[in-house]
Design a protein around this ligand. Structure first.
Ligand code: GRF
Length: 210
């Protein structure tokens, strides 16, 4: 039986799109539900266009509402892909080691509460970092602190702006998240993984020990 995943998002859903493109029909993994805290999130339309059930959680702090919908759709794994609300502790507990997040920086740098979107890339530039990237990690009660499962780095270039950096990092997110989900599908649960090199500027970052 395929591993059933719920993707949670708050915005455009380009990571969902990359994931759907990468998942083979009849493979180990199926996106069986898309959850949002925002009813106008463009990612919901994308999901509906693929025939995937969607659900808006107007009160994302209500763990019992989450658990009811996750149970109804028999969700095995949760993928946070641009989900900008806090997942309640009861859901983190119920899905411990079965929930991953993608963060647009090389954690543990530039993560934590309030570090999302443009702010992350502005912080990378302000710190003078010479590379940045994306991280997939397990979700725990602390923002961006769970075990790192995979990372890929891209260079910071002279003249970069938060926007140019965001675009470069997004390109690597679109490879990293599908790789994480395919690895999780094959193993039955999230596991450390690495990207297959494609001769680009992307560099795999070895996983630190948990
Ligand atoms: C991505 O940069 C993701 O890493 C971050 O939010 C953004 C979501 O983009 N957490 P999209 O909705 O997948 O296009």
């Amino acid at each position: 039986m395929a591993v059933r995943i719920a993707v949670c998002l708050s915005g455009r859903g380009s990571n969902l799109s990359a994931l759907l493109d990468a998942l083979p029909a009849g493979g180990d993994v199926v996106v069986s539900l898309v959850i949002s805290n925002r009813e106008n999130a463009a990612g919901l339309e994308l999901a509906a266009g693929h025939g995937i059930p969607t659900r808006v959680l107007a009160e994302p702090g209500d763990a019992s509402a989450w658990l009811a919908v996750l149970r109804r759709h028999e969700v095995d794994l949760i993928v946070l892909a641009g989900f900008l609300a806090l997942v309640p502790a009861g859901v983190v507990e119920a899905y411990r080691d079965r929930m991953i997040n993608i963060h647009p920086a090389l954690l543990p740098r530039h993560g934590g509460r309030g570090m999302y979107g443009r702010r992350v890339h502005a912080a990378v530039l302000a710190a003078g970092d010479t590379e940045t990237g994306a991280t997939v990690h397990l979700v725990t009660e602390e923002y961006d602190r769970g075990q790192i499962l995979g990372q890929a780095a891209v260079p910071v270039l002279e003249g970069d702006t938060p926007e140019s950096l965001a675009a470069r990092v997004l390109g690597v997110e679109h490879r990293l998240l599908p790789a994480a989900v395919l690895a999780a599908g094959a193993a039955g649960h999230p596991v450390p993984f690495s990207l297959t090199p494609q001769g680009s500027a992307v560099r795999n970052v070895p996983c630190p020990a948990p």
